[in-house]
Design a protein around this ligand. Sequence first.
Ligand SMILES: C[S@@+](CC[C@H](N)C(=O)[O-])C[C@H]1O[C@@H](n2cnc3c(N)ncnc32)[C@H](O)[C@@H]1O
Length: 224
Amino acid sequence: MCVTKTDFFPALRYRALNPLYDLVAALTTRERAFKKRLLVQAAIEPGCDVLDLGCGTGTLTFAVKRHQNDAHVVGLDGDPAILEIARRKQRQHRLDVEFTDGLSYALPFAAETFDRALCSLLLHHMPPRSKAKTLVEIRRVLRPGGQLHIADWGAATGPLTRAMFAPVQKLDGKANTIDHVDGRLPNYLTEAGFERVEIQRDYFTVFGILSLFSCRKRSVSQAS
Ligand SMILES: C[S@@+](CC[C@H](N)C(=O)[O-])C[C@H]1O[C@@H](n2cnc3c(N)ncnc32)[C@H](O)[C@@H]1O
């Protein structure tokens, strides 16, 4: 499967808007509530190796460390400019997390490195082939029994929430977002080989429905 950096969309589509990202996310996505809930759902234990994919400015990466200080936490993002913001915040907060530049569909980690993978508002940035490849990569780097917890745009509940999602489709592209609003993200998880695929919770936001998903890699070692 061929994926290229042309599949890459920065946080607010244009890198110049990166400095506004935290404000926009806080005002439009019910960020505090859904990230807190995602952490509860992930049940991160002491000693866990945790990957935050598409970490952006690091808000969730830091929250993981605050939630479970004995976890080893790595934030990965494909935009070096947004990682600069994350590292600046890290210097202020003095939290022991790592940030790595890399692409979700070609992860720079050995197989079976992590116990948990978190993915907040990343998958709607990519076209179907990159979403699929990303999920296969996540499964590869998770240990057997490892869990994936996703927060992303979910199925519209009707014409209103579908219309509310239009600005996100405009910003991030219809091809990247249509499977979200049509409720097909669980199909991607199943097709990537995850089991126990569940929608844990829906949030009503100014851009429609944001859903929390969970799934896991089978406990016995699988060939990837
Ligand atoms: C909307 S932001 C979400 C940031 C953060 N996870 C949050 O919840 O606030 C999406 C992030 O994913 C990154 N990104 C997009 N496509 C990526 C890819 N294929 N690999 C790695 N990072 C990617 C962008 O640079 C951006 O920082």
